[in-house]
Each structure stands twice: as structure tokens, then as C-alpha cells.
Design a protein around this ligand. Sequence first.
Ligand code: GCO
Length: 459
Amino acid sequence: MKFPKDFVWGAATSSYQVEGAPCAEGGGQSVWDMMGRHAGKIVGGDTGRVACDHFHRYREDVDLMSDIGLQAYRFSISWPRVLPAGVGNINQQGLDFYSKLVDALLEKNITPWLTLFHWDFPYQLYCRGGWLNRDSADWFADYTALIVDRLSDRVSHWSTLNEPQVYIGQGHQQGTHAPGLEMGFAEVLRAAHHSLLAHGKAVQAIRAGAKKDPFISASNTGNFFMPDTDLEADIEAARSRNFAILEKNVFNNTWFSDPMVLGQYPEDGVELFANDMPDISAGDLETICQPLDYFGTNIYWGSYVRANDETGFEIVEKEGLAYTDMGWPVTPEVMYWAPKFYNERYHLPLVVTENGMANSDYVHDGVVDDEARIEFHRRYLAEYGRAIEDGVPCIGYALWSLMDNFEWAEGYSKRFGIIHVDYETQQRTLKNSAYWYSHVIAANEIPSGRPRMLAKAIA
Ligand code: GCO
């Protein structure tokens, strides 16, 4: 199937995961630097101190993006690199880095898709209460206004927050991600509310200051459910499970996106969370609910469900699924159902802002033969294409990830890239999946035929 004419093919990274040198040239620390100091929090004691050294090698990396034929590059700005204390003094060298990166991308006709926050929260602001402090919304809005002022003459694609479900849930409730807190649920919801306010105020700041017509969203993720069969009852069971909140955590599909898009917290969540609800001031939900140009979502896997007369739905434990190196099941149909269900609820054009898999890749004779990854993307993209054929307005795709990088609590032990990084030498090697993806982009369709043979032929 041909993808739509204007469909955008991209790849994604984030600042802390690839840049390295977080505090170089005047940059400030983030909560992920703090996380790296705590023994036992990150596999292997790894940190983002060097990562892919993208801070120094970005030109080489942009050249590789261009070789692959990427049309868009989704990256994030490190807030403390440009504002070392999170507010106040500006670090001009940090701003210069992003300005040069944007120029390098534009020179190669690659559209910058800029994410304002992908988890490297300024350490100094964490010490002032972080997301628990209601002022965090204004801190973020001021930071946003600065970036808009400096980059919006060249950047028009904006994403405010990446996966609040994860940095609030894993960062503030489970303690497995920075800032590593295991707080009570009331505090978790309070931090979530301030993050939502930050999103709303950032959208306002972008619209107020943008020099180029902006195209704005956030990147949400969640807990996705797909029908196990085509029976209407199973589809309905999946749909309602997909948008239901059944547990006291924020890893669901509505707690953040309903306020962002519909201007209200989901009723079932409000009921379940009644004892822990945050203070919501008059006007907060109006601030949070700003017009968005698309709905951004990160999709990796989902669970199969069937209707059940007594309980409404039941999770189907499938035998024999393939699993990625993260231990996540390979469930391509999630790329059909998640966009479809989101579109039914939010009526916004859709971009999958992350999708990919970790694989134990290695270089042999100069080649990385990651056929499993090619097969993964081939199957997921076929389902995404099916959603488009069914009328879901999916307008773009950012593969996670451009290159192997610092996988948060997993350190460097998981490789998600289509470019292999040798962390000792910083040598980059295009994996076969990169060659295959470049073929997808050039043809604007998923090539038929055996992926391995195709990648070799293209290489
Ligand atoms: C996320 C983050 C990425 C991860 C990727 C793989 O989705 O968790 O946005 O930074 O690296 O998803 O886990």
C-alpha cells in the first residue's frame, strides 16, 4: 500500500539519551544526572555523561539521517542545558547548540520536530519541589517562550511533553525513573496536574510567540488494548477497556489526554481517585485544554482482549508471542487499533511519535543484520497503513530510535536504534533496518519481499 502523498517519515531521539556532556559549556544538571548518582537505579551504573556524544557529533548524525532519507527528525531540548537553573540565567552556548542543530537539519531538508520536555527536568527546580510545585507550570511556560523566541523562525513542529504517563508514573510513584520518587497517590496526581497545566501554558506560549505557523501537540503513551477477534462484541470490549481507568496509577489512556483534548478529567478516574484528587483552581481545565493540531502517541505494544459476559472483558494470554529485548510482546495490531480508538475519541489527525523495538544487535563484518527489527516495522507499519485505509487520518511516523542510546533505567543494555553505536569508539554503523527504512521512505510504501534480501540489495 502507498502511504498518503504528504505522509511524513521520521525518526526520534531525546536529549538526555543521545547528547552526552549534559553539563558542558555552561549546562545545568537534570534529575537524570541525579539518578545516575544513586547506586542501583540504572543497570550497569550507566549514566548519560557520554551517551552517543551527539552534542559533539551532531553534524555527522545529521548526515546519516540525510543518507537514510529522513523527512523529519524528532528530538528534544534539554531544559537545563539552555536554562541551567531551570529559570533565570540563559546559557547562550546551550541555545547555540540547538540553533546549529536546527540549521544542519534544514540544510538537509529534514524538518525539525522539536519536543520541549523529554524527562531531563532541571535539578535546581526539582530542589524547589519539581512538578509538585504549582509554579512548575510557569517555569515551563517561560522556558517554552525562550525556545519559541529563539527557534520558531525555523521550527514549526512542536511537542510539549513526552509521555507524562511515564515520568509521572515511573518517576513519582514507582521510583524507577528520575526523580526516583515513590510518593503517595495524592502527590502523584498533584504532580500530574501541574504537568498538565505546564502543557496548556506552553501551548499558549507557542501560539503567542511563534514566528512560523505552529503545529502543536504532546506525545502521550498508555496501556493499549486490541480485540482478539473481529467480532463486534470483542471490538467493543477492547474499545471500552482501552479508555477505562481501573487502577490507581496514571499509566492509562485518558488521565492526561482527556484534559488536554476534551477539557475534563475522565469521570471513572475522578471517581476511583476521589480521595487523592489534586486542587484544581478555577480556569485550570480551560488552560490545559488548548487547541491541538494533531494527537501524538508513542506505541510499542498492546494486550488482546475479548468480551466476557460477566466481567465485560477478559485479557487473552496468547501463547507463543515473540518478545523484544525489553520483554515487550510483538503485537502489530496495536498500530491499527490505538490510532483508530484515539481518533474516535479525540477527532484529531494522528502522528505515531515513537515506535520501535530493542534487539540484541551486533556488528559482524561491518554489517548489522537486524532482520527481526525490519520484520517488526514491516508488520507494525502494515497495520498503521490499514488504519489509514480505514480512514484514520494518520499523517506521520517517527521511528524509535534513530540510533542506539541510553535507555533510561536500562542504561546501554537495550538497543533500539536503526543505527548501531559502538559506545567505546562512538563508531556509527547503519543497521540493515536503516537501509530497509530508507527504501520505505523513498517508495512511500512497505516493500514486499523478504526484508533481509531487500536490506542487502539496498545496501
Ligand atoms: C519512552 C521514551 C523513550 C524510550 C523508548 C523505549 O517511550 O519510554 O519516550 O525515550 O527510550 O520509548 O523505551
